[in-house]
Write a protein that binds this ligand. Structure first.
Ligand code: LFR
Length: 493
């Protein structure tokens, strides 16, 4: 029996087929397609219709290869959305969360609604691009779409709507809007009213793993396929990735490592207290009543964007080549806080890194080797910092760190992470989000009992590689330097 997971990332999308054979999970990539954001003037958009087109190509490939798809589910990045008009059509292209229209908006919103109140209601960390601030930015700009909108749908909800014609929100992704109240269990009507956003746009929120209709007839006719059932999986990709962490212990720490690095733990209820607010930790909703107490770290985005810059300058080197260059560069010559706002928007990262190092009185990394070394060492040190706080906030200590997502192919980063935290790193699976997406479909069909059976199956099927820390005092010393120059010492006081 084959099922299909669409996993959409910030730079590419995949259609992945999953099968269960002799109690082992098997995955096969059917279709991979680019997801290039499109800049028009000052605005940055997702090319949502092209994504839908490519998703349809995935279904055609399945048909032409004789794959009998029994169900499908979609996961993607969070916070972004589309607005639907009276006639049921999409109004305009969704904005990319890295668009600058939210610059300064968070602070403006805090003048109307205190930060503490938003956190108390939603439990969500403050990121300038959260849906709440995107909507406030559109309000500030008096965006014409706001007058015409009738429905609000997050990216996977929207694509699922294109597939099925049915409009539902899904829980894990709804929580990332910072407009959902996990304690009351619904959209926060007061927050929406205070923002001047119509509550009527926000529809029913389905628990992750719900049946959410089937492919609409017109699409089946267009593609010449049957009415495949659609599952609202844990549609936030991080939620799917964490569902796929092959942990054996209820209390575990994870790092979902891709464009973003998401680090934290799984908890049964949101941790909404002063410390979580101060440290800007989040409580995103997960599959089957779980919550992700975690923190966003800028992640491999800085490396990906540096590579794009070097390509624009005529230097093309693959990731493995760049990593080899980093290995040859001097250790701990310069460090950055990867979460400095400087690194959020697209652009010339190597120059911004040099600017940061100059500003903080450090050696300025010139060549790609030095820049990449600076990025990877700084990420590993930031992981240590966030892991320490995860332990304090959750009240548990962890014997090691589970690392999932494409970033695990970066062996140097995995090793440096183990060195920095002084604990083993267990890597795998790399296709965490897609596998979590498949697992939730199987659970919803009763083929797999629950999330813990899924995790055991994932461990048995894909294995886990242990990366032992190589002890040395240099990482401890570097951590002190990192805390000092990034200002993290002061934040903890
Ligand atoms: C990872 C992710 C993060 C979210 C960011 C923006 O792909 O979904 O969890 O904070 O993208 O949506």
């Amino acid at each position: 029996m084959s099922i299909l997971a669409y996993d959409l990332g910030a730079s590419s999308g995949r259609a992945i087929i999953g099968r269960l054979n002799d109690s082992k999970m098997e995955v096969e990539e059917l279709h991979r397609f680019p997801n290039d954001p499109v800049q028009i003037g000052n605005r940055l958009h997702w090319d949502i219709l092209r994504l839908f087109h490519e998703m349809k190509q995935g279904l055609l490939k399945a048909k032409n290869q004789g794959v009998d798809v029994q169900s499908l589910g979609i996961d993607s990045w969070a916070v972004d959305f589309g607005l639907i008009g009276e006639n049921g059509e999409l109004l305009g292209n969704p904005y990319h969360y890295r668009d600058s229209h939210t610059d300064g908006v968070m602070e403006q919103v805090f003048q109307e609604i205190p930060k503490e109140e938003i956190f108390r209601k939603t439990g969500i960390q403050f990121l300038t691009f959260n849906t709440i601030f995107q909507l406030a930015a559109m309000k500030r700009a008096n965006h014409p779409m706001l007058q015409q909108a009738k429905h609000f749908l997050m990216i996977p909800d929207l694509l699922r709507y294109f597939f099925t014609g049915e409009r539902y929100s899904e829980f894990s992704n709804a929580t990332t809007t910072q407009l959902y109240n996990p304690v009351q269990g619904g959209w926060d009507a007061d927050l929406l009213n205070q923002l001047g956003i119509s509550e009527a746009w926000f529809g029913k929120v389905l628990p992750s793993g719900s049946q959410a209709g089937a492919l609409r007839t017109s699409l089946c006719e267009e593609l010449g396929i049957g009415r495949i059932p659609v599952v609202a999986v844990a549609e936030h990709d991080t939620s799917s990735a964490v569902a796929a962490v092959p942990a054996t212990d209820k209390h575990f720490a994870y790092l979902s490592c891709g464009t973003w690095s998401l680090m934290g733990t799984e908890v049964d209820a949101p941790v909404i207290n002063d410390l979580a607010l101060k440290l800007n930790f989040t409580n995103e909703g997960g599959a089957y009543g779980t919550f992700r107490l975690l923190k966003n770290i800028m992640g491999l985005w800085i490396l990906q964007e540096s590579k794009r810059q070097w390509e624009r300058e005529g230097m093309s080197a693959s990731f493995p080549e760049l990593i080899r260059m980093a290995e040859g560069a001097p250790a701990f010559a310069s460090l950055i806080d990867p979460d400095d706002p400087l690194f959020l928007p697209p652009g010339d990262m190597p120059s911004r890194i040099r600017e940061y190092c100059k500003r903080t009185g450090q050696a300025v990394p010139e060549g790609p080797g030095a820049v990449v070394r600076c990025i990877l060492e700084s990420l590993a040190l930031k992981y240590k910092y966030v892991l320490e706080w995860t332990e304090k906030l959750s009240g548990h200590t962890y014997g090691g760190l589970h690392m999932v997502g494409g970033g695990i192919h970066n062996i140097l980063l995995c090793q440096w992470t183990a060195n920095a935290i002084g604990k083993p790193v267990w890597t795998g699976p790399a296709e965490g989000s897609a596998i979590g997406n498949l697992a939730v479909q199987w659970i919803s069909q009763g083929v797999i009992k629950d999330i813990w059976e899924a995790r055991r199956l994932i461990r048995d099927s894909f294995g886990v590689t242990m990366v032992e820390p190589e002890f040395g005092s240099e990482w401890t010393e570097a951590y002190e330097k990192f805390r000092e120059l990034t200002g993290l010492d002061e934040q903890d006081d």
